[in-house]
Design a protein around this ligand. Structure first.
Ligand code: ADP
Ligand code: MG
Length: 326
């Protein structure tokens, strides 16, 4: 559906993208994950035909972007980082306006009604956009992307600035869209990718750091589970008792929380759930477990693990070479 080869974007002397390549198949939900300035918006702006590029090629549904820019634009619905909504129009007026702007040929009334239904804007369709909550405004932004029924939907940081409930609603909407569209979204939040996407392309400093199925990311990177536990009792004894538990790989003392409880970060082997044995061990020693939560990998951990992994592979290869020569 989408094929990007050696895509490069240069601003003066600095490179926003230095030669990235990937393909996205029909019906996939793909997340672009990366910190601020990684090149996510640049990639999306190029894919939607709104930004020129320095080198490489972009093909959408078999059409080369440079040869067929207008046809490509029709195939892509886009929600930019700052949604292009007009505050002094009602939701309905605005969607009709976008319909005209895109010279849409579908049955106007039916098409707009369907979009309003999918994005659940029915209750507010007569309201001025300026009076809507941020979550609803974001839905209006997604609704305008759907006008013309493009097969590809691109959403740039669609949940930024929303409250947790709105985040859940927008993620559900994206999953629904994924049933009959190819969807690309960008985010700097790992858990968002894990919640919504089939696949993740990690972008860092204008390069692709990883391109994997979502379920491979956590496993490949964490190599084990980390939980954080608040436990009462003497730190030295608690630490050695934790280390003695089967399946525990490492224990970090996170700090004294108050007079008699301490925070520990416990890493366990892959596939081992230490919560139950942890609980009974603590009870049997007469200590108390005051809190227990999963401490997932964050984006920094992931980049670190990915770069370490590359370094490791390189040194291993080097080693093999040396011993082969000897
Ligand atoms: P992201 O969306 O991942 O946060 P961007 O794609 O917006 O990142 O930016 C990638 C890089 O390109 C950044 O270093 C940014 O400063 C640079 N950049 C983006 N737009 C421009 C511009 N118009 N002129 C110069 N540099 C730019
Ligand atoms: Mg951006």
């Amino acid at each position: 559906m989408i094929k990007i080869e050696n895509l490069t974007k240069r601003y003066g002397k600095s490179y926003a993208l230095s030669g990235i390549s990937f393909e996205i198949g029909k019906g996939e939900i793909v997340g672009f994950l990366g910190p601020n300035g990684a090149g996510k918006s640049t990639t999306m702006n190029i894919l939607t035909g709104y930004l020129s590029f320095t080198d490489g090629s972009v093909t959408v549904d078999g059409l080369d972007m440079l040869d067929f820019p207008d046809e490509v634009k029709k195939k892509v619905g886009y929600l930019p980082e700052i949604p292009p909504v007009y505050p002094d129009m009602t939701v309905s007026e605005y969607l009709n306006f976008v319909y005209d702007l895109k010279s849409c040929k579908l049955n106007r009334k039916k098409h707009i009604e369907e979009i309003i239904e999918v994005t659940r804007l029915g209750d507010v369709k007569g309201r001025l956009i300026s009076n809507l909550s941020k979550g609803y405004k974001q839905r209006v932004g997604i609704a305008q992307a759907l006008v013309g029924n493009p097969p590809i939907i691109i959403l740039d940081e669609p949940t930024v600035g929303l409250d947790p409930r709105q985040v859940v609603e927008i993620r559900n909407l994206i999953r629904t869209l994924g049933l009959d569209h190819t969807v690309i979204l960008s985010t700097h939040i790992l858990s968002e990718v894990q919640a919504v996407c089939d696949r993740v392309i990690i972008i860092n400093k204008g390069k692709i750091a990883a391109d994997k199925k979502t379920e491979e990311i956590a496993g490949a990177v964490e190599g084990g589970k980390r939980i954080s536990a608040k436990i009462t009792g003497p730190v030295k004894e608690v630490t050695s008792a934790l280390k003695a538990l089967q399946g525990v790989r490492s224990v970090d003392v996170g700090g004294q929380l108050d007079m008699d409880s301490t925070d520990y970060v416990i890493e366990s082997e892959n596939g081992v759930d230490i919560r139950k044995p942890l609980f009974s061990m603590i009870a049997s020693r007469g200590w108390y477990l005051l809190g227990l939560e999963t401490a997932g990998a964050n984006l920094e951990d992931i980049f670190l693990a990915l770069t370490e992994k590359t370094a490791e592979t390189k040194s291993r290869k080097k080693h093999v070479k040396i011993s082969a020569n000897a």
